[in-house]
Design a protein around this ligand. Structure first.
Ligand code: NAP
Length: 256
C-alpha cells in the first residue's frame, strides 16, 4: 500500500481523454486535487464532470509557452501549489517519411517533446517554493525501443523525451524533485481506436499478455512514481506493455 496522495495538487496534460484521463482518474481516486488540461473545452468539461473526485479543468496548448505558463499559474492558485506534474499530452499522426511534410514533423515534436520541456520549466518555480516535486512524462515504447512505419516523428519525440529526462533529473534534484517516465505499449484509447480495428487486433495478438493495456494500467505506474515510496527514483523509466517488447520473433508468440 502506497502512502496516500490525498490533497496533493496534480496537473495532468492531455487529461480529457485516453491515458491522461486514466492517470487523472487514478490520482483523483487517491484524494488528490487534479487539474486536467487539453485544447478541446467541451471534452475537458465532460471528463472533469465524469471523473469521480476533486477534478477541475483548464484549456491549454502544451506546445505554447504562454499557454503552459498560464495553466501552471491558475492551477497553483486554485489548488494551493503544484506537487505532481504528469506531462502526458501527445499526438501520433501516422505518415511515412516519404509523404511527411516538415510542418507535420514540427507539430509532433512540439506537441510531444517541446511540451515536456515547457511543463518542467513552468513547474520549477512551484517546486522551488516548497522544496519538492514530482514529474512523470508519458513516453512510449515506440521510438526508445521499437519502430513502426509512419511514426518516425513520433518515435523521435518519444526517444527525445527520455534524453531530456536524464539532464532534467540532474537539474531538478536541486529542488528535491524527481522526474521519471512511463513507456506505454499499446493502450486502448480514443487515439489508438482511430488507427482502426485491424491495427488493434494485430497488436493484441503480438502481446504476450494477449490484450491491449487499459489507461489505468499506465495511471498506476504514474502513481507509483508520484508516491513517497518512489522518492529515491529519478531519471528512470518503466515499460507498461504487457510484455510486447520481449518476443525475439513473430514465431516466439506462437510458442506461448
Ligand atoms: P488520445 O486519446 O489521442 O488523447 C490525447 C490527449 O492529449 C487529449 O486529451 C488531447 O486533447 C491532448 N492533446 C493533444 N495535443 C495537445 C496539445 N497541443 N495541447 C494540449 N493537449 C493536447 O491519446 P492517448 O492514446 O491517450 O495518448 C496519450 C499519451 O500517451 C501521448 O503522449 C501518447 O504519445 C502516449 N502513448 C499512447 C499509447 C497508446 O497506445 N495509446 C502508447 C504509448 C504512448 P485535445 O486534442 O483536446 O488537445
Amino acid at each position: 500500500m502506497l502512502t496516500t496522495l490525498k490533497d496533493r495538487s496534480v496537473i495532468v496534460t492531455g487529461g480529457s481523454k485516453g491515458i491522461g484521463r486514466g492517470i487523472a482518474t487514478i490520482f483523483a481516486r487517491q484524494g488528490a486535487k487534479v487539474t486536467i488540461a487539453a485544447r478541446n473545452e467541451d471534452q475537458l468539461r465532460q471528463a472533469a464532470a465524469e471523473i469521480p473526485g476533486d477534478v477541475r479543468y483548464e484549456t491549454c496548448d502544451v506546445s505554447a509557452w504562454a499557454s503552459v505558463e498560464r495553466l501552471f499559474a491558475s492551477t497553483a492558485e486554485a489548488q494551493g501549489g503544484i506537487d505532481v506534474v504528469c506531462a502526458n499530452a501527445g499526438a501520433f499522426p501516422q505518415t511515412k517519411i516519404i509523404e511527411m511534410e516538415a510542418d507535420e514533423w514540427d507539430t509532433v515534436l512540439a506537441t510531444n517533446l517541446r511540451s515536456s520541456f515547457l511543463c518542467v520549466k513552468a513547474a520549477i518555480p512551484y517546486f522551488k517554493q516548497v522544496g519538492k516535486g514530482r514529474v512523470i512524462l508519458t513516453s512510449s515504447i515506440t521510438g526508445p525501443v521499437t519502430g513502426f512505419p509512419g511514426w518516425a516523428h513520433y518515435g523521435a519525440s518519444k526517444a527525445g523525451q527520455l534524453g531530456f529526462l536524464k539532464t532534467a533529473a540532474m537539474e531538478l534534484s536541486r529542488y528535491n524533485t524527481t522526474i521519471n517516465a512511463v513507456m506505454p505499449g499499446n493502450i486502448f484509447t480514443e487515439g489508438l481506436q482511430d488507427l482502426g480495428q485491424e491495427y488493434l487486433d494485430t497488436m493484441a495478438a503480438s502481446i504476450p499478455l494477449k490484450r491491449l493495456g487499459n489507461v489505468e494500467d499506465v495511471g498506476n505506474a504514474a502513481l507509483f512514481f508520484a508516491s513517497d515510496e518512489a522518492a529515491y527514483i529519478t531519471g528512470q523509466q518503466i515499460v507498461v506493455d504487457g510484455g510486447q517488447i520481449i518476443p525475439e520473433s513473430l514465431e516466439a508468440i506462437d510458442e506461448i
